[in-house]
Design a protein around this ligand. Structure first.
Ligand code: F6R
Length: 616
């Protein structure tokens, strides 16, 4: 989510600042809300930070015009906020109490609250509201106890839980950067006389001549002449060399052809990040940033979710979870409709606004209306401090990372996961599920990323099916239960990417009218992964098959019967039905993508659409 860069050079070529600022500018495509650098030389650490949204790097360049000359080493960071608002004091690098040690961090420190409390008790002063700052102070303590920088990093990481790509500099060891990784990406680059590190290849693409991947739980020590690495126990390890022949544009897309593919592939990580630090050791659920007291949540009698587009489909999935698990009557409304229908807001109504961008005007206006009528409002959004977040009483962040492609993909899975966690939290408080069941579901949710990753490996099969169907013009997407919002999302992806007619429809409703449209040439894409609804869905499929439609069916790996019915089968791993939308949507995203590519469409920027719709 955040961007990281670092460089160590020799004092005779003190150009660290240029390298860092250029690298940060190259990370601009990832989006950020603040930026900063820390430069080191013997006895001195110089730091600058700015928080001017997408102008942050430009503002940083201006501030850095005041930097004293002569630094050969330093670290830089662009932040996409997760803990703490996008303000200068929350921007990285963070310093320790001495002001000598500076750290940058991408990821989430799950146990930051308890670490912070301990540090404060031991006399440290922390100046930000981030989870990251604790690392600077933990390293400070280890250094004070005599550890060198590598050892201090190893000891500190031994105390943290969570995900990290972290780098540290210390003015008492100025020609060294120590960096480490767990989950969040980190690479090292080398060139004569300089060694670099970065979260993303573009930051150092034209500076380094060789690239290496840092793997999980490896700690790297970078010096001007190269690097060495150890594992968390201190045993030496070798970094994997990467063969990178990308140009800048390919590098920005993570080596993929387009942002949509990158973002589809990022779904397991989006899920992992969204679920991270929300489950306590005792199996209960906690949301750091959801500042609604438990007794307020206990007063909730009815939930209304307002959203648009893909976010609306995620909300529809959440309805099933809130009703099944938390036994709460849940209504889902299209945001642009809610506001104008004189909605009823009774005591105990919780309104949830769901929006990836947090800037969709329809959703913002809907929650504003709900608040005006006395509802408590929770925002579920991907952008910290977005307008929606500011409108709401409380916020729950999806942590999908920046989504560039106009068509939402990873946001959908992250929204479903976040909303389902919220449903489990409500179930836990209300006692509508046994503690063991909550735990089992939380564990199940944690395993969905692996299933999504498995579904992603089947891209070639989906692409082949799309090739066969590239001439088709009319598509119906059928689903039942949570398969319905999944089908609706599949249809939305197809229509916005290919400009073909596609409609998501309840399987059981087809015979009440639309069946008249089914004829040879029409393609029916069905989601048939729910065992409870399976037989009913097969009857619906028989109806369309009898009228000559071509049938594409999303079915589970163990479903042998489906081959006799479907013309094409898109296989997915089976999972608990309420989790299935996050898995079943994958072949539908891949199918829409392959169809669009087959038709020569621009998948990242479909015609007539904007990523964020800020007009009514
Ligand atoms: C579909 C799509 C749109 C958005 C919708 C809501 O792929 O991208 O339908 O889902 O405009 O946007 P957010 O979630 O930002 O409110």
């Amino acid at each position: 989510m955040c961007g990281i860069i670092g460089v160590v050079g020799t004092p005779d070529a003190p150009d660290a600042l240029d390298t860092l600022l250029e690298g940060l500018a190259r990370l601009e495509y990832r989006g950020y809300d603040s930026a900063g650098v820390a430069l080191v030389r013997p006895g001195e650490t110089w730091r600058a930070r700015t928080a001017s949204g997408t102008e942050s790097v430009r503002a940083l360049v201006e501030v850095c015009a005041q930097a004293p000359p002569g630094f050969a080493s330093g670290i830089g960071h662009t932040r996409w906020a997760t803990h703490g608002a996008p303000e200068a004091e929350n921007a990285h690098p963070h310093l320790d109490c001495t002001g000598r040690i500076a750290i940058i961090h991408n990821g989430i420190i799950e146990n930051h609250a308890e670490l912070r409390a301990g540090l404060v008790e031991r006399g440290h002063t922390l100046s930000s509201r981030t989870d990251s700052e604790v690392l600077a102070h933990l390293i400070e303590e280890a250094r004070r106890a005599g550890a060198d920088l590598v050892e201090a990093m190893r000891q500190s990481l031994g105390r943290v839980r969570g995900a990290f790509a972290v780098a540290v500099v210390d003015a008492t060891e100025p020609d060294v950067i120590v960096a480490a990784r767990r989950v969040s990406p980190l690479i090292v680059g080398t060139a004569p006389g300089r060694t670099y590190l970065a979260s993303d290849v573009p930051a150092i693409l034209d500076r380094a001549s060789a690239f290496y991947a840092v793997d999980d739980d490896q700690v790297v020590r970078l010096g001007p002449a190269g690097f060495s690495a150890v594992d968390l126990e201190g045993a030496p390890v070798r970094l994997r060399q990467l063969a990178i022949t990308w140009d800048l544009e390919t590098a920005e897309k993570g080596g993929f052809e387009d942002f949509m593919t990158k973002e589809i592939e990022e779904q397991p990580a989006a899920l992992a990040n969204t679920l991270l630090d929300r489950r306590r050791g005792d199996g209960t659920i906690t949301f750091d940033e959801l500042r609604v007291a438990d007794d307020e949540l206990l007063e909730v009698r009815r939930v209304v979710i307002v959203a648009t587009g893909t976010s609306h489909h995620a909300a529809l999935v959440a309805k099933y979870a809130l009703e099944r698990w938390a036994r709460l009557t849940t209504e889902v409304d299209i945001a642009s409709e809610y506001r104008y229908r004189d909605p009823v807001v009774e005591v105990g109504t919780l309104v949830i606004g769901v929006s990836q961008s947090g800037e969709t005007i329809d959703t913002i206006q809907a929650v504003r209306e709900a608040r005006r009528r006395g509802a408590r409002v929770v925002a579920v959004t991907n952008v910290v401090d977005s307008s929606l977040a500011r409108e709401a009483d409380a916020v729950l962040y999806t942590r999908a990372g920046l989504e560039v492609s106009v068509a939402s993909t990873k946001s959908f899975v992250a929204q479903v996961a976040a909303l389902e966690m919220l449903a489990l939290r409500l179930a836990q408080l209300r006692g509508t599920l046994l503690a063991v069941d909550v735990e089992a579901h939380v564990r199940g949710l944690g395993a969905v990323g692996t299933l999504v990753a498995a579904a992603l490996t089947r891209r070639d099969v989906v692409t082949d099916v799309a090739k066969q169907l590239v001439g088709a013009r009319d598509f119906f997407y059928l689903g039942r239960h949570v398969g319905l919002p999944t089908a609706m999302e599949g249809a939305l992806k197809l229509k916005e990417l290919t400009y073909l007619h596609a409609e998501g429809y309840p399987g059981g409703e087809l015979k009440h009218g639309p069946l008249a449209l089914i004829e040879p040439g029409v393609v029916v894409v069905a989601v048939a992964t729910d065992p409870v609804m399976y037989d009913k869905m097969l009857s619906n499929l028989a109806e369309v098959k009898a009228r000559g439609a071509t049938l594409v069916v999303v079915a589970t790996d163990d479903d042998e019967a489906i081959d006799a019915v479907a013309d094409y089968v898109l296989r997915v791993p089976a999972t608990e039905p309420l989790f299935s939308p996050m898995v079943d949507v994958v072949p539908l995203q891949l199918f829409a993508y392959a169809m669009a590519r087959g038709l020569g469409r621009n998948v990242d920027r479909p015609r007539n659409l904007a990523k964020t719709v800020t007009v009514e």
